[in-house]
Ligand binder design. Structure first.
Ligand SMILES: Cc1cc2nc3c(=O)[nH]c(=O)nc-3n(C[C@H](O)[C@H](O)[C@H](O)COP(=O)(O)OP(=O)(O)OC[C@H]3O[C@@H](n4cnc5c(N)ncnc54)[C@H](O)[C@@H]3O)c2cc1C
Length: 391
C-alpha cells in the first residue's frame, strides 16, 4: 500500500520505519524545513527502547543513551538525600535499559534510518479529502499526495486530528512551567550515572545522564500561564524561583546557557478514542497528549508505531479493520497513562500542598520499591509483551 505519514517527529519516523519494514511504500510529509525538536532531551524508558530494538535500532539508541544506573531524590533546600536506589534490577526484569537521549540526536538517527529520499520537508498539511478508494493530503504550497492510508503523526496541535474528529480539542494547562537543556556532566552537581532530582515547594530541579558526558537538566515551577519573560532574564528568573536551594542547584543554574534553554508551559488533552476516520488514523501526541510527568509521551508514540505495524501485517487485505484494531489496542493504555501522569503531576507540583508534603515524607521512607513499582506499571504492558494472538 501507499501510506502517507504527516509529521516527522519521533512518532512519524518510527511509523515510517515500521510500515516500510512490512513492505509498504511510505512517504513522510513534514511542515518545517529544518527539524529542531522542542526540548533538549528525553528519557526513553525500557518500553520505548524495546520498541526501537524491535525496529532493529537497539544498538543505535544505546549509542545515544546515557548510562543511568541509579535514581535519587534530594531535599531541594539542604541537599540531603531523601532516597537513592539502583535501577538495574528494573532493567533486567524489563529486558531493556532506559536511555536518556538528546532529542536532536534521536531525531537525526531516526531520519537516517528512514532515509531522506522519502521524507519531504517544508510540506505543511492543510486539508485532507478521502473517498472509498483513496485519501488525498493537500499542502500549503498547493501540492498534494494520494495514498491508501494516511497516518497523522503531527503532534499536539495536530491538523489531522481536526479532520478525524471534525473539531479542534482544547489543550489543558497542567499548572507548571518546565525549563530544559543540556550541560556538561559535573560530579559537583550530581553523579554522572544517576537520575538526580531535587524537590521542595512543589518544584523540581532534575538531571539525567546523556551520552557524551552530558546531563539533560530540567526545572519545574508551578506558575500561572502567561506570556514568557525574555531569555535575557532566564537565569535570574530561575535564581529567584530557586532562591535558597542547595549549592548544586545554584551551580546548575550558573552553568546553563540561557540561549539554549527551552521554556515550556506544560499542557495535555483529555483522552479521546475516536482516532480513526476511514483511511486516516492518528498516532503519537496527535492521538494522546500527556504531561511529561511519567516520561512516556514519546515511548507511547513508539508503541503506537509497533502496534500499527503488527495490525497492518496481520490484516493486509483489511486496512480499515487494521486501523480500528490498532485504535482498540492503543486507546485504553494511552488514556490510562494520560490520567496517571496528571495525578503524578498534581502531587509533584503541589496542587494540594498537603499531598505533596506527604509525598516528600514518603520519599524519606522510600527504599526504592514503591517508585520501581510505579515505573513498572507503565513499562510493563508494552505491546511487545502481550501474548501472541489468534489472527
Ligand atoms: C518538557 C517535555 C518533556 C518530555 N519528556 C519526555 C520523556 O522524558 N520521555 C518521553 O517518552 N516523552 C517525553 N515527552 C513527550 C514527547 O516529547 C512527545 O510525546 C513526542 O515528541 C511525541 O512525538 P510525535 O511524533 O507524536 O509528535 P512531535 O514530536 O510533536 O512531532 C510532530 C511533527 O509534526 C510536524 N507537524 C505539525 N503539524 C504539521 C502539519 N500540519 N503538516 C506537516 N507536519 C506537521 C511538526 O513540525 C513535528 O515535526 C516530553 C514532552 C515535553 C513537553
Amino acid at each position: 500500500m501507499k501510506i502517507i505519514v504527516v509529521g516527522a517527529g519521533m512518532g512519524g519516523l518510527c511509523a515510517g520505519i515500521s510500515l516500510r519494514q512490512i513492505g509498504h511504500d511510505v512517504e513522510i510529509f513534514e511542515k518545517v524545513r529544518e527539524i529542531r525538536p522542542v526540548g533538549a532531551a528525553l528519557s526513553l524508558w525500557s518500553n520505548g527502547v524495546q520498541c526501537l530494538a524491535h525496529l532493529g535500532l537497539g544498538p543505535q539508541v544505546a549509542a545515544l543513551g546515557g548510562r543511568m544506573d541509579r535514581m535519587a531524590y534530594l531535599d531541594g533546600h539542604d541537599g540531603t538525600q531523601m532516597t537513592g536506589f539502583g535501577l538495574t534490577a528494573l532493567y533486567d526484569r524489563a529486558g531493556h535499559r532506559a536511555y536518556p537521549v538528546a532529542r536532536a540526536e534521536l531525531q537525526a538517527m531516526l531520519m537516517r534510518e528512514f532515509g531522506p529520499e522519502h521524507l519531504h520537508l517544508g510540506q505543511e498539511l492543510v486539508a485532507i479529502e478521502q473517498t472509498d478508494a483513496v485519501v488525498t493530503a493537500r499542502f500549503a504550497d498547493g501540492s498534494e499526495a494520494r495514498g491508501d492510508l494516511l497516518i497523522g503523526a503531527d503532534g499536539a496541535h495536530s491538523a489531522v486530528r481536526a479532520h478525524v474528529l471534525g473539531r479542534n480539542l482544547p489543550r489543558r494547562y497542567a499548572g507548571y512551567v518546565n525549563w530544559n537543556g543540556l550541560i556538561e556532566a559535573d560530579p559537583a552537581i550530581a553523579p554522572a550515572d544517576q537520575w538526580t532530582t531535587f524537590v521542595a515547594e512543589g518544584k523540581r530541579a532534575s538531571l539525567m545522564p546523556v551520552a557524551g558526558g552530558r546531563f539533560y537538566f530540567f526545572f519545574d515551577v508551578p506558575l500561572p500561564p502567561g506570556p514568557a519573560p525574555g531569555r535575557e532574564s532566564l537565569r535570574d528568573d530561575l535564581k529567584a524561583h530557586f532562591a535558597g536551594w542547595a549549592p548544586p542547584v545554584q551551580a546548575l543554574i550558573d552553568r546553563i546557557d540561557p540561549a539554549r534553554t527551552n521554556r515550556v508551559e506544560i499542557r495535555d488533552i483529555d483522552p479521546f478514542d475516536d482516532w480513526v476516520r476511514g483511511r486516516v488514523a492518528l498516532l503519537g501526541d496527535a492521538a494522546h497528549n500527556t504531561t511529561p510527568d511519567l516520561g512516556q509521551g514519546g515511548c507511547m508514540a513508539m508503541e503506537d508505531a509497533v502496534v500499527l505495524q503488527m495490525e497492518l501485517r496481520d490484516r493486509p487485505d483489511q486496512p480499515g479493520a487494521a486501523l480500528t484494531r490498532y485504535r482498540d489496542r492503543r486507546a485504553p493504555r494511552t488514556a490510562a497513562l494520560v490520567q496517571r501522569a496528571r495525578r503524578r503531576c498534581d502531587i509533584t507540583h503541589a496542587k494540594d500542598p498537603a499531598a505533596t508534603e506527604d509525598w516528600y515524607a514518603e520519599l524519606r521512607r522510600e527504599d526504592g520499591s514503591r517508585i520501581i513499582a510505579g515505573l513498572r506499571l507503565t513499562i510493563e504492558g508494552s505491546p511487545l509483551d502481550e501474548p501472541a494472538r489468534e489472527i
